[in-house]
Design a protein around this ligand. Structure first.
Ligand SMILES: C[S@@+](CC[C@H](N)C(=O)[O-])C[C@H]1O[C@@H](n2cnc3c(N)ncnc32)[C@H](O)[C@@H]1O
Length: 234
């Protein structure tokens, strides 16, 4: 998969993409991530990419021309163009799964007060990572890339981990389960020690009875989802 990110702050991406699973995915050539400085497509030598909003108001707005020029030069190879925006569709695991099948993706990070509305004509989707406002689209772009890349086949050593995790359907292999309940939170996990300050690991997990463990996990996942995220069960 080839991902282009358009940003005013390329340095922000150095850390998150140079560690752990995302780093290894790039080393294995399962994903190529190109970070582009939007100023490279500015119309003037000073690299101006923002201006005051028409109609007045606080802050600056990213201009359409540099973004248009950037998209035009990258576009021939791009399947999907996304603007990160708090006004967009809220990102979720199902969308991450769909995006993980793409070959080419471009993410446009807004900043300051946002982006000239006319960008709408040139993007396929506006995506938000939640109902709150960040200073820029960089952290949302990182969140999207991270959630997408871990779902690309071959990225995680144990791909099963992404089949039975939160928001990803029945929590155990071969679960006979109401098809409507396809998005559950994950069941509780434990590791050593068996007893920590009086908090004991549930006995069933020590029983070695895989069928009983699977049933317990499924029940726990449903219980937790009902309590914390009943909206997922609707
Ligand atoms: C300060 S925000 C602009 C907010 C805008 N004035 C509004 O009220 O909707 C600057 C940029 O950060 C990014 N951004 C902020 N919050 C976001 C969110 N929840 N999801 C995705 N992108 C976000 C967008 O790219 C946005 O253009």
């Amino acid at each position: 998969m080839l991902i282009h990110i358009l940003t005013l702050f390329p340095q922000m991406f150095q850390g998150p993409f140079a560690e752990s699973i995302i780093k290894r995915a790039q080393e294995k050539k399962l994903v190529e991530i190109n970070i582009h400085n939007l100023r490279n497509w500015a119309n003037d030598k000073r690299g101006t990419v923002d201006d005051r909003p028409y109609g007045g108001g606080a802050g600056m707005v990213l201009m359409i021309e540099p973004i248009y020029n950037a998209l035009k030069s990258l576009k021939p190879k791009i399947e999907k163009t996304v603007l990160l925006s708090p006004r967009g569709k809220v990102w979720n695991q199902e969308m991450a799964r769909k995006y993980a099948k793409l070959k080419h993706l471009i993410l446009v990070c807004g900043h300051y007060e946002g982006v000239d509305e006319r960008i709408k004509k040139f993007v396929d989707e506006e995506i938000s990572i939640g109902d709150y406002v960040l200073t820029g689209g960089e952290i949302p772009a990182m969140a999207l890339v991270d959630s997408i890349v871990r779902l690309i086949p071959g990225v995680l050593e144990k791909e099963e981990a992404t089949k039975f995790e939160s928001f990803s359907g029945p929590q155990i292999p071969n679960a006979t389960y109401n098809i409507l309940h396809t998005r559950l939170l994950e069941y509780p996990q434990y590791t050593r020690p068996e007893n920590f300050q009086g908090q004991k690991v549930p006995k069933i997990l020590l029983s070695g009875n895989h069928q009983a463990i699977a049933k317990w996990r499924q029940e726990q996942a449903l219980k937790l989802t009902k309590k914390r995220r009943p909206d997922l069960l609707r």
